[in-house]
Design a protein around this ligand. Structure first.
Ligand SMILES: Cc1cc2nc3c(=O)[nH]c(=O)nc-3n(C[C@H](O)[C@H](O)[C@H](O)COP(=O)(O)O)c2cc1C
Length: 313
């Protein structure tokens, strides 16, 4: 099996470019991996199994020379129609990491271990973290408060400590991590890797529209609202996109029931109402992934030089 430590040793920066619905595709994954971090994409971003197969091949071929680690994000909800076929196709493509979401990682573990891959379970509460560990996940992605997409509600400071009480395996911390300094902070808190989503939406390689990217450039933390109104579960949304789509910000209701059966059914919501985490204020331009990772690396290295008492640089 891949060793997590060896996989981490292949990285320039302890960072995963987080998988994002309608945002991450093969171009973003390849650019992230070539820049020296881990690239990841959600399987449902490939609209059909045929496209999914193509994407998996493109990434495999693109990284064949380097053997650099990459990840596929699988929807584990039992009602998701492509759940089993996405898993089968993933096993054939042998990504070193599989990140499970929206359900127990249990059914992916044996299959991914069969080819030597590792399973990280995306969890947004201490309770789910414990369940995922009990299911045999190799590691956890702790989605804490302030994260883009379906966010957690627990502060990253509290989350890592609470999980470290019962789990000493690989931990990835997510939620508003948007600078190299914050990547270092995640390590100081006790995580092995940081998980960064929002910052990568505003890259040239992301599948997001230009309007979405410029909204991110102009937004700050006060432009983010957490609401279950759009998908039925709490997620962080850009207020200007909600207003543009006709929502009344003073009357966002938890009207919808979550529907994980077919992520493409929620396509309309995610296409017109845009998600971002509270770290959005760090985005002031659209960059290539390589430029962004260079910048994050510089910030990270500078943060590593800080004296232990943590003076501002
Ligand atoms: C637009 C958007 C779409 C997302 N889609 C997914 C997804 O399909 N699967 C998933 O596991 N997480 C998804 N996430 C969550 C990210 O993987 C990650 O946990 C989050 O972006 C980290 O917080 P940050 O955005 O503050 O960096 C999404 C996040 C955003 C912003």
């Amino acid at each position: 099996m891949n060793s997590f430590e060896r996989l981490k040793g292949d990285l320039r920066l302890p960072l995963i470019a987080a998988p994002m619905f309608l945002v991450s595709g093969p171009e973003l994954v390849l650019a992230a991996c070539r820049a020296g971090i881990i690239g990841a994409f959600p399987a449902p971003n490939a609209r059909t199994p045929e496209i999914f197969a193509e994407w998996l091949q493109t990434i495999r071929k693109g990284l064949a020379d380097s053997g650099h680690p990459w990840a596929v994000n699988l929807v584990m909800h039992k009602s998701y129609a492509r759940r089993d076929s996405d898993l089968e196709m993933t096993v054939e493509a042998r990504p070193p990491l599989v990140i499970t979401a929206l359900g127990s990682p249990r059914d992916a573990i044996e299959a991914v271990h069969s080819y030597g891959g590792l399973v990280l379970a995306d969890v947004n509460s201490v309770e789910f973290a414990r369940k995922a560990v009990d299911s045999g996940a190799d590691g956890l992605v702790l989605v804490s408060a302030g994260a883009g997409g379906h966010t957690g509600q627990v502060s990253g400071f509290a989350f890592v400590d609470a999980v470290r009480k019962f789990f000493d395996g690989p931990l990835v911390l997510a939620g508003s991590i948007s600078t190299g300094r914050a990547v270092r902070a995640a390590e100081v808190l006790g995580a092995d890797l940081a998980y960064m989503g929002t910052r990568f939406i505003a890259t040239q390689e992301s599948l997001a529209s230009d309007d979405y990217k410029s909204m991110l450039v102009n937004a700050g933390p006060a432009d983010i609202v957490c609401s279950p109104a759009i998908t039925g579960v709490p997620a962080n949304w850009l207020k200007p996109s909600l207003t543009a789509a006709g929502y009344d910000l003073d009357n966002l209701e938890a009207g919808k029931k979550p529907n994980f059966d077919d992520p493409h059914q929620s396509l309309k919501a995610w296409k017109h109402v845009w998600s971002a985490g509270q770290g959005v204020g760090t985005i002031d331009q659209v960059q290539t992934v390589a430029e962004l990772v260079d910048q994050l690396d510089e910030e990270y290295q500078a943060a590593c030089q800080l004296p232990a008492e943590g003076k501002n640089s």
